[in-house]
Design a protein around this ligand. Structure first.
Ligand SMILES: [Zn+2]
Ligand SMILES: [Zn+2]
Length: 148
């Protein structure tokens, strides 16, 4: 009994830590990224526990789970519907402050018999950092070995 209580307390402590990790940066980390970050503070953390705690946080409505274009599940502390931008090169995910159109949800509901609750839009392409980096690599003036 006592051991179980202790375990439960440690778990909920770790759960708070996980939530804080996701909310603090809001870069939509994957479970593996969360596990890596968590290990800095709690070296004894296990990946299984991270998965379990993430599932509970999603169930409690404190985190949203989103499978994005890269096919990997990301965790988001912003649980309301919103748009995302995913960079195809560096895979960073960021929020996009764009209005969502309620009429699309209503129309989708009308056209199907599904109990549709909302929608999200996902944009993809190159982030500013990647497109700058690509241009730098293409530009002849920065080519290495020019003087050799
Ligand atoms: Zn990028
Ligand atoms: Zn988001």
């Amino acid at each position: 009994m006592i051991t179980n209580n202790k375990k439960a307390r440690r778990n909920s402590g770790q759960r708070e830590l996980i939530w804080q990790l996701v909310a603090a940066v809001n870069d939509h980390p994957t479970a593996l990224q969360i596990y890596d970050r968590l290990r800095h503070d709690s070296p004894t953390a296990s990946l299984g526990n991270v998965y379990r705690n993430l599932a509970i946080l999603v169930e409690e409505g404190r985190l949203a789970r989103k499978t994005l274009r890269d096919g990997i599940e990301h965790f988001d502390a912003t649980t309301s519907d919103h748009c995302h931008f995913v960079c195809e090169q560096c895979c960073t995910v960021s929020d996009l402050d764009l209005p969502l159109h309620a009429e699309i949800t209503a129309e989708a509901r009308r056209k199907t018999r599904h109990d549709i609750k909302g929608h999200t839009i996902q944009f993809y392409g190159l982030c500013t950092r990647c497109s700058k980096e690509n241009q730098r690599l293409k530009s002849p003036s920065t080519k290495k070995g020019r003087n050799q």
